[in-house]
Design a binder for this molecule. Structure first.
Ligand code: CA
Ligand code: CA
Ligand code: CA
Length: 449
């Protein structure tokens, strides 16, 4: 009889196991292992995402484990009525629901309770983690600290720091994770004030907008002055560098309020690049983009505006390299795409001294066309300018080396002999430029090229 039972067990294992190390959903299907904990329910019953961090703690801990250094002061999955306050679970609203809990009276001098979860997979651009917490303290006004850290190499600054003596009820907190490659640990740490007993509870931890294709609400807000945050521009966490949001009052370049910045440093790899990425904008609109940029320094790299159409490779559509003087300059771009279009703003360090900054991004749709460029380098268009029809010679847009470029400065606005007139200033360090075709009478020093 025993042998028959063993045989049946073996048969069951054979029937239920999946080929090539695949995952066997409890609803019966087999999945490739890579679909487990990829933030999306692929099994019919969602069993591939059961132990993947999102958790109401009602049945188990969903992959979260206590990693406290001391045996007694630690996170435990317990019924919400373990304390009289709040006494109610956040998920279910009743006393028999479950939460993660640290018992305050267990604390010693410098006690800290840790709770950790390993993230294996790359998350999507807008990925965030949200959770509800409760701090119960009836004796002290000293603040405890509840932190959420990302433990990986190189170290990442803490995702979230909450410093409070107590909460009036369950409170929600959210921290952005972004398109962070997998292979790190998320760690809650709770540290009470010195010699004070505070109970803390955690419930309904959720990974949100983390699956490929997830689009966060409000992701269309691409016009941004960076005064509060980066609006709907997301840091590319797979890049080697991050843009910093800086206040002009404290750093160069000077400017009003906040802007986004990268700085070259001696100890920074010159190929390091920082990228801000948008979610795709819908097709079928003329999209106008304008921004201010500041590229200044003896040894500084380049700023690129990149587009990515759905299903295609990235394309650099605008670039400035090397110092552009200690001033903010304008960039004005127009896009008319038949496919959803994604924007990427990339700064490459490129050198050892200097900085690249952007500010006052404006992104909007037009039914017809966008305003003319305010600073023209003739890279993409004639910037709305036309040669005067009665001129004796004519200007044409052509390609050439830097030496061939006609540098239009304010002093050149009225061309000698009034033959040809071009109005905007042209920084002209670009390969495309204006050349003047001269006839036999081209002897007035107009010096076309
Ligand atoms: Ca999945
Ligand atoms: Ca719960
Ligand atoms: Ca600003």
């Amino acid at each position: 009889m025993k042998q028959i039972c063993v045989l049946l067990s073996v048969l069951l294992v054979v029937v239920s196991s999946c080929p090539d190390g695949g995952f066997n959903c409890t609803s019966g299907e087999c999945l490739p292992a890579r679909l487990v904990c990829n933030f999306k329910k692929d099994c019919e019953d969602g069993s591939d995402e059961l132990f993947c961090g999102s958790c109401d703690f009602e049945h188990h801990s969903c992959g979260w484990n206590s990693s406290s250094r001391t045996a007694s002061y630690r996170w435990r999955r317990q019924m919400a009525n373990i304390t009289s306050v709040p006494g109610l679970d956040h998920s279910t609203g009743n006393a028999s629901g479950h939460v993660m809990h640290v018992a305050g009276e267990e604390g010693h001098i410098s006690s800290t309770a840790y709770l950790e979860y390993f993230v294996d997979n790359l998350a999507a651009l807008g990925c965030q983690i949200s959770f509800w917490y409760y701090l119960y303290n009836n004796s002290s006004s000293s603040s405890s600290s509840l932190n959420l850290n990302m433990i990986r190499s190189p170290p990442i600054p803490e995702l979230l720091h909450i410093s409070k003596s107590k909460t009036d009820g369950w409170e929600k907190a959210t921290a952005l994770i972004g398109n962070q490659p997998g292979g790190y640990k998320l760690e809650f740490s709770f540290k009470p004030p010195y010699k004070v007993a505070i109970d803390v509870m955690l419930d309904d931890v959720m990974f949100e907008n983390c699956a490929e294709g997830d689009v966060p609400a409000g992701s269309h807000q691409l016009s941004c002055d960076f005064e509060e945050d980066t609006c709907s521009w997301y840091h590319d966490r797979t890049a080697s560098l991050l843009w910093r949001r800086e206040n002009g009052a404290y750093s160069k370049p000077t400017g009003k309020g906040y802007f986004m910045l990268i700085s070259a440093k001696n100890n920074l790899n010159i190929s390091s690049a920082a990228r801000l990425i948008s979610f795709p904008r819908p097709e079928g609109h003329v999209t106008c983009v304008s921004f201010l940029y500041h590229i200044f320094g003896n040894s500084i790299g380049s700023l690129k505006f990149i587009t990515k159409l759905s299903g295609e490779e990235e394309t650099v559509v605008w670039m400035r390299s090397g110092t552009q003087g200690n001033k903010w300059r304008f960039a004005d771009l127009t896009f008319d795409s038949g496919k959803p279009i994604q924007f990427i703003i990339e700064a490459v360090v490129g050198g050892t001294q200097g900085s690249i900054a952007i500010d006052d991004l404006k992104v909007y749709s037009e039914t017809d066309s966008c305003p003319a460029e305010r600073e023209c380098t003739f890279q993409g268009s004639l910037c709305g300018m036309l040669p005067r029809p009665f001129a004796n010679s004519s200007w044409s847009r052509s390609m050439g080396g830097v030496e061939a470029c006609h540098r239009l400065r304010p002093s050149h606005r009225s061309h000698s002999g009034d033959r040809t007139r071009l109005l905007p200033e042209c920084p002209a360090v670009e390969p495309a430029c204006w050349v003047q075709s001269c006839g036999d009478d081209c002897s007035d020093g107009a010096h076309p090229c």
